[in-house]
Ligand binder design. Sequence first.
Ligand SMILES: *Cc1c(COP(=O)(O)O)cnc(C)c1O
Length: 407
Amino acid sequence: MLHANENYSKIRASYLFTEIAHRVSAYQAANPDAKIIRLGIGDVTEPLAPAVVAAMHRAVDDEAARGTFHGYGPEQGYAFLREKIAECDFKARGIDVAADEIFVSDGAKCDCGNIQELFTPDVKIAVGDPVYPVYVDTNVMAGRTGANDGGRYAGLVYLECNAANGFVPDPSAAAGCDIVYLCYPNNPTGAVATLADLQKWVDWARANKSLLLFDAAYEAFIRTPGIPHSIYECKGARECAIEFRSYSKTAGFTGVRCGYSVVPKGLCAYAKDGSPVELRPLWTRRQTTKFNGASYIAQRGAEAVYSPEGAAQTKATVDFYLENGRLMKAALEKLGYAVAGGGDSPYLWVDVKSDSWKAFDRLLESANIVVTPGAGFGRAGEGYIRISSFNSRENVLEAIERFGKAL
Ligand SMILES: *Cc1c(COP(=O)(O)O)cnc(C)c1O
């Protein structure tokens, strides 16, 4: 008899976004004239930078001629892109990452989800709470957890992120864990970690032979000087951390698809007998076996993000989102709300001093605004809503006016 992987049935159905869609469509059906503004979106809204579009048009033309046609590319990504990444994302910031430690992919979600294949089923995993669900669900599918009980999976360690710890957990909460997922700037809280915060985690991971999986998908939103853009700004991080990056939020590539991970040379896990096993050859093996590379066109587009025009244009778009966030944050604070996030991230994390879903309903009904209830990201998200800055200025200004009337 054919047996299904029952770990999949442990996953709680994507309750959050289905429930939001359900409540919004019920409200819209009952109130057909309501002009609903969606501030729950985790997707970008602005088009690609002209320099990126031009580069991708040229890449399509390359594919149209025998002499410049590209078929299968290198699984780790084209050298033209990996060298640009090493130069611009790392060397320019004084960070030691080489082109052959970079693995280009079709996005950070896949990399965050696939990396766990390199480790045994019994490794102990820690995640933040609230959390980006990919880190959790991919480990549930792999059989690393028990059942979901009251919103938490047995066997996973949840690191509470709250106002008291500035939404950055302390390593003391991860005692005994082999792998810790960290995401800064954070989705959903919008919090950033300081160099001292991250150095503590790096020191802890090295001392415990543990691994940090650092998701830097929102790196491009950092504006505060001194906030680390990469985990490798910490001393010793090359020995204990993998980093994930994406062009999705940086350059609007959510539909184009391109990202990369960094697996430094010398970074090791351990065999049962305690001997070190280098991870970079394992990830190379995994990618060359199961992945055939990001498209040539997408990689030419990503390369253009580093051109002078591409860099200026993508920065202007990120600045536009940050300004959306700044305007909404100022308005909510004026109304008396404590708002975390914004500033260095596209997300505002608003303390609503009530049940997350009650706040969701109240905003939907009295302001026709859709937000994301914090409780949907984990138990520690209760009492908060997430507001996204990915929207048009027109909608943002209209939303601010409605906040003023409804809150
Ligand atoms: C959007 C996002 C990503 C990027 O995913 P892609 O697959 O590159 O589009 C990664 N991590 C987090 C936390 C995100 O919010």
